[in-house]
Design a protein around this ligand. Structure first.
Ligand SMILES: NC(=O)c1ccc[n+]([C@@H]2O[C@H](COP(=O)([O-])OP(=O)(O)OC[C@H]3O[C@@H](n4cnc5c(N)ncnc54)[C@H](O)[C@@H]3O)[C@@H](O)[C@H]2O)c1
Ligand SMILES: [Zn+2]
Ligand SMILES: [Zn+2]
Length: 358
């Protein structure tokens, strides 16, 4: 083993989870990433996780992600090296890695729409190598990493890379959840549950969770849902209309990503309400304007910007929300294939988020 100038062991080879083309993945030895631009940082991963979107990639649904790519866009870690232009972070700093890389300078970044950064956006574990490895290169480190205050419980903060800002920004903020309002969240996966946790910042009168999985609905009830509906019988719309005296809901959050769940939202939105879509859709969904044209509704879509990460971090620090509740399983990076298996069979394993220790 070689040593660097500071006497530390010089790591050159690392373990990583590599996408090998549709349906195929493998744990491989890869060279440790190096600084390639002065705005880069190399981060040593402490904890990472798997997202539903990684499963989409493995199905071959995400053409921008080429075989050979190291997957993963979530994680917390320690800064290992910084490029010459990085001023906000130093080696040794503990950081949250945002799933969105933002240059901080382009028109979209200046508008707070980091998701559409012309130099970044969602590239991590997609167009560049990601976080399911021992080390990752983070471009635009100053604006794509968030410092973890000392003494924080780091496990929970992995949920701030993607799912909490996604549920909050795409669901709760876009859906304009208000005190006293009635909210329905269609889909009680990690994202729907993140929307449920963060919707409660605004004290809605009612939050109705809809899913087909009883375990996830029970968890929803524990997380603060006022009503849970199992839609196995296809009667969720009927039940919600009855519960709301035929009015419907002020905010309908779509957190699945299939036509049926979007249409459920169209059917339950009250006059003046909002449908806030979160789900990644692979096929078209019908828009029933013949029923909706006179209902004064709005429909929003959004790719998470992660602009609310600092705010969400404060709410976790103050125990206003506890995202650790979303973590159901723990694995070591060496066993990441088992982690994929467990996460991929969520209906059987009751998995929500699986935490992977690098
Ligand atoms: N917009 C963004 O920036 C963004 C970011 C991350 C994830 N996403 C997307 O958010 C969606 C949810 O993510 P997740 O990880 O929670 O997914 P998930 O697959 O774990 O959860 C989806 C849930 O929906 C339920 N479901 C399926 N069909 C349903 C129906 N017709 N009615 C009610 N419930 C139904 C399933 O039982 C499951 O519990 C995915 O499409 C994901 O790709 C979007
Ligand atoms: Zn994700
Ligand atoms: Zn930018």
């Amino acid at each position: 083993m070689k040593h660097d100038a500071g006497g530390r062991e010089e790591v050159r080879i690392m373990k990583a989870l590599v996408y090998k083309g549709p349906g195929k993945k493998a744990v491989e030895d890869r060279p440790k990433p190096e600084i390639s631009a002065p705005t880069d940082a190399i981060v040593k991963i402490i904890k990472t996780t798997i997202c539903g979107t990684d499963l989409h990639i493995l199905k071959g649904d995400v053409p921008t992600c080429a075989p050979g790519r190291i997957l993963g866009h979530e994680g917390v870690g320690v800064v290992d090296q910084v490029g010459a232009a990085v001023t906000a972070f130093n080696p040794g700093d503990h950081v949250i890695i945002s799933c969105i890389s933002s240059c901080g300078k382009c028109d979209y970044c200046r508008r707070g729409m980091y998701s559409h950064c012309v130099n970044g956006g969602w590239i991590l574990g997609n167009k560049i190598d990601g976080t399911q490895a021992e080390y990752v290169r983070i471009p635009f480190a100053d604006t794509s990493l968030y410092r973890i205050p000392t003494g924080s419980e780091e496990d929970a903060l992995v949920m701030l890379s993607d799912i909490l800002p996604t549920g909050f920004e795409c669901g709760v903020l876009n859906g304009k959840v208000e005190p006293g309002s009635t909210v329905a969240i269609v889909g009680a996966g990690p994202i729907g549950l993140a929307a449920l946790l963060t919707a409660q910042f605004y004290s809605p009168a009612r939050v109705i969770m809809v899913d087909m999985d009883d375990n996830r609905l029970q968890i929803s009830a524990r997380f603060g849902a006022t009503d849970i509906i199992n839609n196995k019988d296809g009667k969720a719309v009927e039940k919600i209309m009855k519960m709301t005296n035929g009015r419907g809901v002020d905010t309908a959050i779509e957190a699945v990503g299939v036509p049926a769940s979007f249409i459920t939202c169209e059917d339950i939105v009250a006059p003046g309400g909002i449908i806030a879509n979160i789900g990644v859709h692979g096929v078209k969904a019908d828009l029933h304007l013949e029923r909706l044209w006179d209902r004064n509704i709005a429909i929003t879509t959004r790719l998470v910007d992660t602009v609310t990460t600092p705010m969400l971090l404060k709410t976790v620090q103050s125990h206003r929300i506890d995202p650790k509740q979303l973590i159901t399983h723990h694995f070591k990076l060496d066993n990441i294939l088992d982690a994929y298996e467990t996460f991929g069979a969520a209906a059987k394993t009751n998995a929500l988020k699986v935490l992977i220790e690098a």
